[in-house]
Design a protein around this ligand. Structure first.
Ligand code: 3PG
Length: 391
C-alpha cells in the first residue's frame, strides 16, 4: 500500500498554522445542505486539530451546480465548532487579520475557492496566496484529489504536506481491492461508460464476478445488437466482445422500464419504440443474492437505476444484498451513497467511500494527482524540511 505522511503521526502541532483542504462539496437545496455525509466524515479530523492546538485554515471547493457559497456547510461546521470564523473574501484584510490572529485549536473557514480563477487553473500566484496563510498543508479531501487544482496539487509544492485521517482511511480501505480476498464480486453501475472502462479492464482479471448494471449495462446491450428504444446509451460504439465472452461478466437478465407513463419489468431484448430502461429487474437481483452473500470481498460503485428520476428500487435491493455479505464490503459513488444513506443497510457496509470520481480514478490507477503531489514531498530534501519544522 502507498505510504503517505499522515498528520496524525505528527506530535507537536501546537500553534502550527495548518492549511487544511477539505471536500465540503455537498448537495445543497434552497440554501440547505441535503446530505451531510462528507461533513460528518471530517469531524474527527477537525477534533484532532482542535485538540492538538493547531491554528487551522480550512479551504474547500463547491461544485457549480450546488451554487457559489459554502455558507450552508459553514453553518453546520460552526454549530459544532462555534469559534470557527467564515471568511468570504480570501484577498480581504479580514482574511489576513483573522488568519494572523487565529488562536490555538481554532479555525478559519474560507469561502469556496473555485470562486477565484486560479484554483482550477492551478495558477502559481493563487497557490502562493493560499500558502501565505500557513506553515503546513494537510489534504483530507480524498474525494477531490483527482483534480489537478491549486489546492490539491499546487500547494504541496510549496509547503510540507500531509494527508489527513479520512484520506488515510480511504487509501487503506480502497487499496484492499488491489490484492483482494476471494471470491471477489465487483459491482459497477452508473452512467458515462467511457469513465468506467479503465476500471472494468483492471478489475476483470482480479475479480471472480463482475456485475454490470445501471446505464452502462445499456452499452453492453447495444453491443449485443438489442433495440433499446429511448434508453440512455453512449454515442461511441465500444468494442466489448472480449468482455462479453468472459464468463465472469454478468449482465442484467431483466430490467425495469418506463413507457408512456407506465412501468414494466421485462427482458432487455423486449424494449419497444419510445421505451426507456430505468433500472435493474427483480430476477437479476435474485441471481446476485448468493454470489454476494458468499463473497469474501465486494466493491460497488454507481447506482443501478436512474436515481434522478426516482428509480431507487434496484439500488436499494442491491444494498440489501450487499449488507448481507459475509465478507468485506466497500461502497462508493456520490449518488449511490446519497440514495443509501437513509436506508437501514448503510451502517452495515464495511467501508463507505466519500469519493465519486476520485474513488474510480484511485481504483483504476492506484494513485491520484493529490497523492502524487504529496509523495514528491517524501523525497529526502523534503524530509529534512519536515525535521526542521517540527524540531
Ligand atoms: C466530487 O463531488 O466528486 C468532488 O467534490 C469533486 O467535485 P468536482 O467533480 O466538482 O471536481
Amino acid at each position: 500500500m502507498i505510504k503517505l505522511p499522515t498528520i496524525t503521526s505528527v506530535k507537536n502541532l501546537k500553534d502550527k498554522k495548518v492549511l487544511l483542504r477539505l471536500d465540503l462539496n455537498v448537495p445543497i437545496k434552497d440554501g440547505v445542505v441535503t446530505d451531510d455525509f462528507r461533513i460528518r466524515k471530517i469531524i474527527p479530523t477537525l477534533k484532532f486539530l482542535e485538540e492538538a492546538g493547531a491554528k487551522t485554515i480550512i479551504i474547500s471547493h463547491l461544485d457549480e451546480k450546488e451554487g457559489k457559497t459554502l455558507e450552508p456547510a459553514a453553518k453546520i461546521l460552526i454549530s459544532k465548532f462555534p469559534r470557527m470564523k467564515f471568511i468570504r473574501d480570501i484577498y480581504s484584510n479580514e482574511a489576513r487579520s483573522e488568519t494572523d490572529n487565529v488562536s490555538a485549536g481554532n479555525f478559519v473557514l474560507f469561502e469556496n475557492i473555485r470562486n477565484w480563477k486560479g484554483e482550477k487553473e492551478n495558477d502559481p500566484e493563487f497557490v502562493k496566496h493560499l500558502t501565505s496563510f500557513a506553515e503546513i498543508y494537510v489534504n483530507d479531501a480524498f474525494s477531490a484529489s483527482h483534480r489537478k487544482h491549486a489546492s490539491i496539487v499546487g500547494v504541496p509544492g510549496l509547503l510540507p504536506s500531509f494527508i489527513g485521517p479520512l484520506f488515510a482511511s480511504e487509501v487503506e480501505n480502497l487499496s484492499k481491492a488491489f490484492s483482494p480476498s476471494h471470491p471477489f464480486v465487483f459491482l459497477m453501475g452508473g452512467a458515462k461508460f467511457e469513465t468506467k472502462i479503465p476500471l472494468l479492464n483492471k478489475f476483470l482479471p482480479l475479480c471472480d464476478t463482475m456485475f454490470i448494471g445501471g446505464a452502462i449495462a445499456n452499452d453492453f446491450f447495444k453491443a449485443k445488437g438489442y433495440f433499446l428504444g429511448d434508453s440512455t446509451v453512449s454515442e461511441e460504439n465500444f468494442k466489448l466482445d472480449d468482455m462479453m465472452k468472459n464468463p465472469k461478466v454478468v449482465l442484467p437478465i431483466d430490467v425495469r422500464t418506463q413507457h408512456k407513463g407506465f412501468r414494466f419489468m421485462k427482458k432487455p431484448t423486449e424494449i419497444s419504440i419510445g421505451e426507456r430502461i430505468w433500472d435493474m429487474g427483480e430476477k437479476t437481483m435474485k441471481n446476485l443474492a448468493l454470489p454476494i452473500r458468499d463473497a469474501s470481498f465486494v466493491v460497488w460503485n454507481g447506482p443501478m437505476g436512474n436515481l434522478e428520476a426516482g428509480e431507487t428500487a434496484g439500488t436499494i435491493e442491491l444494498a440489501r444484498l450487499v449488507s448481507q455479505c459475509r465478507g468485506m464490503t466497500i461502497v462508493g459513488g456520490g449518488d449511490t451513497v446519497a440514495a443509501l444513506e437513509k436506508t437501514e443497510f448503510f451502517s452495515k457496509f464495511t467501508f463507505v467511500s466519500t469519493g465519486g470520481g476520485a474513488m474510480l480514478d484511485f481504483l483504476a490507477n492506484e494513485t491520484l494527482p493529490g497523492i502524487d503531489a504529496i509523495r514528491k514531498k517524501t523525497a529526502p530534501k523534503a524530509v529534512s524540511w519536515f525535521k526542521r519544522l517540527f524540531s
